[in-house]
Design a protein around this ligand. Structure first.
Ligand SMILES: [Zn+2]
Length: 337
């Protein structure tokens, strides 16, 4: 099947009461691992690329790799999403390339670092919604800012999402999904101890969901940072300082309160690095890249499969017929009329 609208994936997830993992990719092995995991668990899935990933792969490599994957795994409903679009131009260029969903990160200025004001955020997000929906493409907006910096994105400051402002933001922009800031952060160094209710403002998710029951909520920075992977990296010569991610139980609590898209990047990075380090240390005579990229791909696939089971998307690939982007365009036009 062709790339699917993310809106439809999330609508179906809401109807089915589950979440969908959105996994960042930068290369062929990651894409293969995501699709293998989705096929084996019969999961719909979101593949996402940051601006950094688009420049690392070159858009054309990325799109053709995704096209190959879609051909080879026809039973997997998948959306291709622009993660952290810093400007309307970035989002529109992603749509031109064939992405079926974009995030307009208007909570930051287009340098991806400086916090913006609310009116700026509304204006740029609204602009992207008008242009994206005219092509049937989904839009994720963001209110509030996360901590941490990844791929050059982030102000380093944390501003939690205000539930009342979230209602105004969704009404004025018409977005399909809202990324909320609840105290998570990007990258591997999220928390210096296992996070509790003090650090992670899960109650905000409940409040926002009560006010906006039809808006799909998105959790960024939601890697769980498995301790065994950190330990394995360090055992084979790595130097990862003690760190904790977002516990899966907290994500599952979020899913019960309207979280439909869960962004996971770091966990796959850790899996890949741990597998490669192990081969380098255990088999220093090896120099065929396949000797370490194959185990790296297997290690990522294991993480993806586990998340797909935990988020509940497993088993739902065959639940529905994907709509075309043209059908989505008509749906948006009918709602707007
Ligand atoms: Zn993010």
């Amino acid at each position: 099947m062709p790339l699917v609208s993310m809106r439809q994936l999330l609508d179906e997830a809401a109807a089915g009461g589950y979440g969908v993992g959105a996994f960042n990719v930068n290369n062929m092995e990651q894409i293969q691992a995501v699709f293998e995991a989705a096929q084996e668990t019969r999961s719909p899935v979101i593949v996402q690329a940051s601006r950094g990933a688009r420049s690392y792969t070159n858009d054309r490599f990325l799109i053709h790799l995704m096209t190959a994957a879609v051909e080879l795994y026809p039973d997997v409903p998948v959306s291709l999403h622009q993660d952290h679009g810093n400007s309307p131009e970035t989002c529109l260029s992603a749509i031109d390339q064939g992405f079926t969903s974009v995030m307009m990160e208007g909570s930051l200025m287009d340098d991806g670092k400086t916090p913006s004001d609310f009116e700026y955020n509304v204006a740029v997000t609204r602009e992207v919604v008008e242009k994206a929906h005219a092509k049937g493409v989904t839009v994720e907006g963001e209110l509030g800012t996360l901590g941490g910096i990844e791929d050059g994105v982030g102000s380093g400051e944390v501003h939690l999402t205000d539930p009342d402002q979230a209602v105004e933001f969704v009404e004025r922009t018409g977005i399909d999904a809202l990324a909320v800031a609840i105290g998570t952060s990007h990258g591997a160094y999220k928390f210096t101890k296992p996070p509790d209710g003090e650090v992670l403002a899960m109650h905000l998710i409940q409040q926002i969901h009560e006010r906006l029951p039809d808006t799909h909520l998105v959790m960024h920075g939601s890697s769980s940072v498995p301790q065994d992977l950190v330990e394995k990296i360090n055992r084979f010569g790595g130097k990862i300082a003690p760190t904790w991610g977002v516990p899966v139980e907290e994500i599952q609590l979020g899913i019960r309160h309207g979280v439909r898209k869960i962004n996971v990047d770091t966990d796959a990075r850790l899996a890949m690095t741990s597998a490669i380090r192990e081969v380098f240390v255990e088999h220093p005579e090896e120099f065929d890249p396949r000797s370490y990229l194959k185990p790296a791909r297997e290690a990522m696939k294991a993480v993806y499969k586990q998340r797909m089971e935990q988020f509940g998307q497993a088993g739902h690939a065959g639940d529905y017929e994907p709509l075309t982007l043209e059908q989505m365009r008509e749906r948006y036009a009918a709602v707007a009329a």
